[in-house]
Structures are given as C-alpha cells and as structure tokens.
Design a protein around this ligand. Structure first.
Ligand SMILES: *[C@@H]1O[C@H](CO)[C@@H](O)[C@H](O)[C@H]1NC(C)=O
Ligand SMILES: *[C@@H]1O[C@H](CO)[C@@H](O)[C@H](O)[C@H]1NC(C)=O
Ligand SMILES: *[C@@H]1O[C@H](CO)[C@@H](O)[C@H](O)[C@H]1NC(C)=O
Ligand SMILES: *[C@@H]1O[C@H](CO)[C@@H](O)[C@H](O)[C@H]1NC(C)=O
Ligand SMILES: *[C@@H]1O[C@H](CO)[C@@H](O)[C@H](O)[C@H]1NC(C)=O
Length: 412
C-alpha cells in the first residue's frame, strides 16, 4: 500500500497513519546513524590501513615477508620517469619485491633498457611470441635492427655514426660484445646503451651461432624491428641510410646466402648423425653475415629441434654459423630467401679468412666496384646493379680514408 514510504504517508491523518509515520522516521534516523558509524569506521579503517601499509612499505627491506600479503600500492600514473609515490631507501636493482612494475604498452613494444635478467631459454621463448591481432594499436614505422657481433671495440664507429645521423626513427642498434666489455661511446652516440647481455664466443664453434640467435632474440623484443642485419666490427656500409633502408624494407626476400657446395667444405661437413631430420639433400652453406625479416627471425629463435642437431653434430671442421640458418631456411622457408648475401667480402686470396683492407687499399674505384661491379642481381621481380649494401673486412687504418671519401662516393 505504499504507506511505509514517508512521502506518501503525509496526507494520512488517522492514528494508525501517525504511528506509522513515527516508526518510519525512527527507522530513518536509525539508518542514518548506522550509515554515519559505518562511514566513520570506513575512514578510520582506510587511514589505519594506509598508515600500516606505509610503515610496511618504508620498512619493506626488513619486513618484506609481512608485506607480501598486502596489496601493492597502485601507481596512478604509469610513467617510469616518475619517482615512486613512496620514497624508498636505495635498493638493489633486481630485487623483484622492489621492482616498480608498470604495465605500459610503450615499454612492452619498444624496450628502451636492453639489460634484462632473462636466460637464453627465457629470452628465446619471449622473442618467439607473435601477435595474433593483425593491426597494431599504434602507427607502426618499420625499423631495421643493426646487430653488431664484435670482439671488442668498433673501429668503424665514426663512419657508422655518420651513416646513421638524422635517421634515428628508422633503426635500432644491438651490440653483442664479450661479457664484461664496456663500449666507450659518448651519450649522444647512436651506439650508447645498446649492448645486450652477452656470453663468451669462440669463433667457429656453436657459441657463435648462439650469439647470433641471442642478437636476433633481443632485437625481436622491439616490435618496430622488421629487418635484422648481422654485422661485425670490420663491416662498413657502402650505400647511405635511405638507400639501405628502402632496399631492405621493400624486399620480398631475406638475404641469406644459401647454396649447395658438393666439395668437402660443403657437403663434406654434413654428419649422418643428423638423420632422419636433416638429410644430405637439405644441407646448405653460406656466408655468416645474414639479413632476415621478422617472420624468419621468429622462426629461427623458435627452433629447438634442428638447432640441437647442429649443436651436437656440427663441430669443427663444421661451422654452425655457415650452415645452420642456411640449411634451416632451405628446408622450410626457401621461397622467402633470395639465397644471396648483401655483405660483400673478398675470398679471392684463398685460405680460411677473407682479405682485410687497410688505408692503402681505399680508393674511389675500389669503393665504386663494391657498389656496382657490373653484375646484376635479382631484387623482387626486377634486376638491379645494387647487389651489396655492406662490405668487409676493413681494419682501423681504413677509417680515415673512408671518412674522407664517404660523402663523395657513398652519399653520406
Ligand atoms: C602522468 O604524469 C605526467 C608527467 O609526469 C603528467 O603530465 C600527467 O598528467 C600524469 N597523468 C596522470 C593521469 O596522472
Ligand atoms: C651526456 O653526458 C654529459 C656529460 O657527462 C651530461 O652533461 C649530459 O647531461 C648527458 N646527456 C644526456 C642526454 O644524458
Ligand atoms: C632460394 O632457394 C630456394 C630453395 O631453397 C628456392 O625455393 C627459392 O626460389 C630461391 N630464391 C630465389 C629468389 O630464387
Ligand atoms: C692493399 O694494398 C696493399 C698495398 O698497396 C697491397 O699490398 C695489398 O695487396 C692490398 N690488399 C688487397 C686485399 O687488395
Ligand atoms: C661482381 O661480384 C659478383 C659477386 O661477388 C662476382 O660473382 C663477379 O665475378 C663480380 N664481377 C666482376 C666483374 O668483378
């Protein structure tokens, strides 16, 4: 009958009505006081809670086990530049209790700090993740990852810095140097802070291929990287950045040299222990200096089955860096590969190492011959005189003449 509602009892003048009105008011007063007690309780509770929380947080290092059960303070703003809301005493950087965890899309898509604590296994797993959703939640500008596998200093650094100047939105640099080696560069260099966590490498062994895969995996963590070039400290660019960028980004194919060499330096290095997974007809050889697109890079860091066979059975005089990626691509992704390399090298002297060029060898004609030696190469569905984008090997004495000629011959 609606009588219990205060507003409707107003015109009712009967005694029963009066009584009902009275009870109703009483109930309302009661409810109000309950509410007030509840609100006060809530406020006291909240204040105490945050104080206790504050005490626990400020003494987190001593009482971290007590804190574990309490909810973490929620940062209202996910900017890593912002100091944490509660100032803590200095702490060791990798204590997971004290890490300021921030679910930030920028940091997920483009990690700026290359230092991490992942093992190779963890890193390769993470690098193998592919987005299912086709569109990116931002405007994606594809970048080229320049991956330097070095034994220490980068003698050609000034030439590379000149090459990269003004194009910072289109590339990322990754450096795998010996563990403990710290590359000395000024903080405005494109190479500053670009060393990845590394491991010891002995040339010719599987640790070299491990390092290549480690470079790929680290570079894959940045979702803007679309093409991945492996370089060494003795490599130089022979075209300017815009040419190199367009050449790689627009190519349907990757540039991994891969061919069947029937001699003992090719098929001779195959081991029948790799049967039945890898057969002699699959076996390929090629230059270590590869260029891969993102899809192939993910396949390579995701492979365990075939890599394990190389780790076990490809030992000197078999060199995994000359056979693993070359054979793996031939077996599964040959149609995505151009089967040629974009890194020029001179094997004409014979022997196990290619020619190294020094100061006296650097001339305009020599550089022009690398850039265009009269041979045409297949590029997408056309032919082009641009076959090589990079060249090796150059020693530190070559730097000065190269800097002198770079703008005249190479347009940078
Ligand atoms: C986050 O921090 C930035 C810079 O400190 C500030 O400009 C912005 O207003 C903050 N946003 C929020 C939601 O607090
Ligand atoms: C680079 O280093 C100089 C001197 O060490 C310092 O003054 C400057 O603020 C640094 N710049 C950046 C961007 O870190
Ligand atoms: C590269 O070799 C593969 C075989 O592994 C072949 O399928 C592919 O067509 C070759 N690529 C080009 C561009 O010729
Ligand atoms: C480089 O120049 C030196 C001196 O002219 C010459 O002896 C050497 O053969 C050259 N090296 C190559 C690889 O052409
Ligand atoms: C040009 O380079 C290609 C690839 O290295 C080589 O096969 C060819 O013999 C060279 N041509 C000349 C004229 O040097």
């Amino acid at each position: 009958m609606g009588r219990t509602r205060g507003g409707e009892g107003r015109d009712d003048s009967s005694a029963v009505g009066e009584k009902e009105k009275h009870t109703c008011l009483l109930r309302m007063a009661q409810m109000l006081s309950y509410l007030m007690v509840f609100a006060a309780g809530l406020m006291i509770g909240l204040t105490t809670c945050s104080q206790i929380n504050g005490i626990f947080v400020s003494q987190r290092q001593q009482y971290s086990s007590i804190n574990r059960g309490l909810p973490r303070p929620q940062p209202s703003n996910c900017s890593l530049n912002q100091p944490p809301r509660i100032l803590l005493p200095p702490r060791p950087p990798l204590d997971p209790q004290d890490q300021f965890q921030c679910m930030d899309i920028d940091n997920f898509l483009h990690p700026t700090n290359l230092i991490h604590s992942m093992s190779d296994n963890e890193l390769f797993w993470r690098a193998s993740l592919l987005p299912k959703k086709e569109e990116y939640p931002y405007k994606r500008k594809p970048k080229v990852a320049f991956m330097f596998l070095t034994r220490g200093p980068l003698p050609m650094l000034p030439l590379w810095e000149r090459f990269f100047l003004g194009h910072s939105n289109f590339f990322n640099i990754y450096i795998h140097a010996p563990p403990g080696y710290h590359l000395q560069v000024s903080n405005y260099s494109a190479f500053y802070g670009r060393q990845i966590p590394s491991k010891e490498v002995s040339w010719g062994t599987v640790t070299l291929a491990d390092a290549e895969r480690r470079l790929l995996a680290n570079a894959l963590l940045d979702f803007s990287n679309e093409r991945f070039v492996l370089l060494s400290e003795s490599c130089i660019p022979v075209y300017n950045f815009p040419t190199v960028y367009r050449y790689l980004i627009d190519s349907f194919h990757s540039f991994v040299e891969s061919y069947d060499d029937p001699s003992r330096y090719g098929r001779g290095r195959y081991s029948r222990s790799m049967l039945p997974d890898i057969q002699l007809r699959h076996w390929r050889k090629g230059s270590q200096w590869f260029e891969l697109n993102r899809v192939l890079a993910v396949y390579i860091v995701s492979d365990t089955r075939y890599y394990t066979l190389f780790r076990k059975y490809c030992k000197p005089a078999c060199y995994p860096d000359e056979h693993y990626i070359q054979t793996f691509l031939n077996m599964f992704h040959g149609n995505l590969n151009s089967n040629r390399t974009v890194t020029w090298v001179d094997w004409s002297l014979g022997g196990p190492h290619p020619a190294t060029y020094s100061r006296a060898n650097i001339t305009v004609n020599f550089l022009q011959a690398i850039r265009n030696n009269g041979t045409l190469c297949r590029y997408n569905s056309d032919m082009t005189s641009v076959c090589f984008l990079f060249a090796r090997k150059f020693d530190h004495t070559a730097l000065e003449p190269l800097l002198g000629l770079s703008s005249q011959v190479m347009n940078f």
